[in-house]
Unconditional design. Structure first.
Length: 81
């Protein structure tokens, strides 16, 4: 009976480890995609701006995205369109 309990405990531990690993992988993939798509660009800008220019107000989110789109239109780089 103790052997069955030990195996069940081992299986539960293994399952928790696998689920935890899968959760970390999922969060990593989500982070990569949102970063790649620019979803966190404004938050990154605000954090940088507050560190480097603490006495200045950062651009509003609308101003930030407008400036970013204008910059991309002026300098398309590797964009396809």
């Amino acid at each position: 009976m103790a052997d069955i309990v030990n195996r069940a405990d081992a299986a539960t531990t293994l399952l928790r480890t696998l689920l935890s690993g899968a959760g970390r992988v999922g969060r990593g993939i989500r982070w990569y995609i949102t970063t790649l798509m620019g979803d966190s660009a404004y938050a990154t800008y605000v954090a940088h701006h507050r560190r480097q220019h603490p006495n200045e107000e950062p651009l509003t989110e609308r101003q930030f995205w407008r400036q970013r789109m204008d910059d991309q239109d002026r300098n398309p780089g590797a964009r396809c369109c």
